[in-house]
Design a protein around this ligand. Structure first.
Ligand code: AMP
Ligand code: GLY
Length: 421
């Protein structure tokens, strides 16, 4: 098989690398990918992810068996619909099904209809009305831009003032443009968060190993929300019976709800969940693999990813098996100041690939001498699989401490919560 992956980050690096492990796969192309992927034998294709025509032509010209879509933006732009119309195979949800991620309001409505537990909420597009609701409800309270905002559209406000500033930025200041012309105001939930991703095909659900992300920029879960600063899988403090309950009370009902609504979901469904004192609740759904969760989940897959996707696309029963023992942990190295305005051009360490750790590259380009330099907020992730969390942390952090990482930062506490058990 020859496979095309769409996207350019660490998530796509992990997907492409795993696909290449398959004996059936001859070539993996990534559009646009990044130069950090080249060492793994991945081919880069210089076509932008919003150039559907160009990608379709590439898939035709190169006899691509099927295409895998990494990020949410092309899904919400209807890339699956366009490839399907061109009679090309592609794995991911249609534009209508991707609305489970693209509109928080749509997600909330479908959850309510199918009695899937989630935070109490109200939707607003008027600033005065939203402000009045915040005054009525009090803090802490959560403000979310309705549409996509690269993981940065959520403000957990601990005071009324913070909430009102966020509302004013989104509704009056057009902070996320069209994405924040409507906001969802949500009850504040407390508990252990985890991500449960599944391969989905209509009513069929094949769950993955669970993971936990670290969304805040700084140690101790301080600072602004980011795309994710590190992750580990599985999550020992979440018992299997909680995962089973999540599948039965959340994932299967939403998937069959989508079939009933006429927007059947095929692709990767990401459930962001929280175990509160009142039970499990949904924080969000995404219509794709998570980043950085993918970089710690896929290394734990012991069956053939390419075969799984091929089976799902052809209506066959896939074999999905996972490593039972140990833990996989990944730490994101980001440009200083991320998620605010950040610097670019810093040289990356060149020797981070040893037997214990695996790098997955994201915001990188190359300089005139062909060396990797930083070109984005989250630059790369180092990942290790070990017998326990302490060992995995040591392997990753020992390597990072050896490197000179001027102009970069990373969290030093990835995986700490897993030590509580
Ligand atoms: P989201 O982009 O919806 O995943 O939100 C980003 C992060 O904000 C989540 O991972 C949570 O840590 C936090 N968050 C979102 N919604 C809530 C909520 N209702 N209560 C508490 N924290 C939340
Ligand atoms: N890591 C969170 C996300 O991919 O949405």
């Amino acid at each position: 098989m020859k496979i095309l992956v769409i996207g350019s980050g660490g998530r796509e690096h992990a997907i492409a690398k795993k696909l290449l492990d398959s004996d059936k796969v001859k070539q993996v192309y990534v559009a646009k990918g990044n130069p950090g992927m080249l060492n793994d034998g991945i081919h880069l294709v210089g076509i932008a992810e919003n150039d559907h025509e160009g990608l379709i032509q590439f898939a035709k010209d190169n006899q691509i068996s099927w295409t895998f879509v990494g990020p949410e933006v092309p899904l919400l732009n209807g890339i699956v619909d366009d490839f399907t119309a061109a009679e090309l195979k592609i794995f991911g949800p249609t534009k209508a099904a991707a609305a489970i991620e693209g509109s928080k309001n749509f997600a909330k409505e479908i959850m309510n209809k199918y009695e899937i537990p989630t935070a109490k909420y109200k939707t607003f597009s008027s600033f005065p009305e939203a402000k009045a609701y915040v005054k009525e409800e009090g803090a802490p309270i959560v403000i979310k831009a309705d549409g996509l905002a690269a993981g940065k559209g959520v403000v957990v406000a601990f005071t009324g003032e913070e909430a009102i500033t966020a509302l004013s930025d989104m509704l009056e200041g057009n902070q996320f443009e069209e994405s924040s012309s409507q906001v969802v105001i949500e009850e504040f939930l407390e508990g252990e968060e985890f991500s449960l991703l599944s391969f989905v095909n209509g009513e069929k659900v094949y769950p993955m190993a669970i993971a936990q992300d670290h969304k805040r920029a700084y140690d101790g879960d301080k600072g602004p929300n980011t795309g994710g600063m590190g992750a580990y899988s599985p999550v020992p403090q979440i018992p299997q019976k909680t995962v089973d309950l999540a599948l039965e009370s959340i994932v299967r009902p939403i998937v069959s709800g989508m079939v009933k609504e006429g927007c059947s979901f095929t692709g990767i469904l990401y459930a962001g969940l929280i175990a509160t004192n009142e039970g499990l609740k949904v924080i969000e759904f995404n219509a794709r693999f998570g980043d950085p969760e993918t970089q710690v989940v896929l290394p734990r897959l012991t069956s053939d990813l390419a075969q799984i996707i091929d089976d799902l696309l052809n209506g066959n029963e896939p074999v999905v098996t996972w490593l039972e023992d140990g833990i996989t942990l990944g730490v994101v190295v980001a440009a200083e100041e991320y998620p605010k305005e950040y610097q670019k051009g810093m040289l990356l360490p060149s020797n981070v690939n040893n037997l214990e750790v695996t790098p997955y590259y994201a915001g990188v380009s190359i300089d005139e001498q062909g060396r990797l330099i930083a070109n984005g907020g989250r630059v790369f992730l180092l990942c290790a699989t070990a017998k326990d969390v302490e060992t995995a942390q040591r392997e990753v952090y020992d390597e990072l401490e050896k490197e000179s990482l001027d102009g970069f930062f990373y969290r030093k506490d990835i995986g700490e919560k897993a030590k509580k058990v």
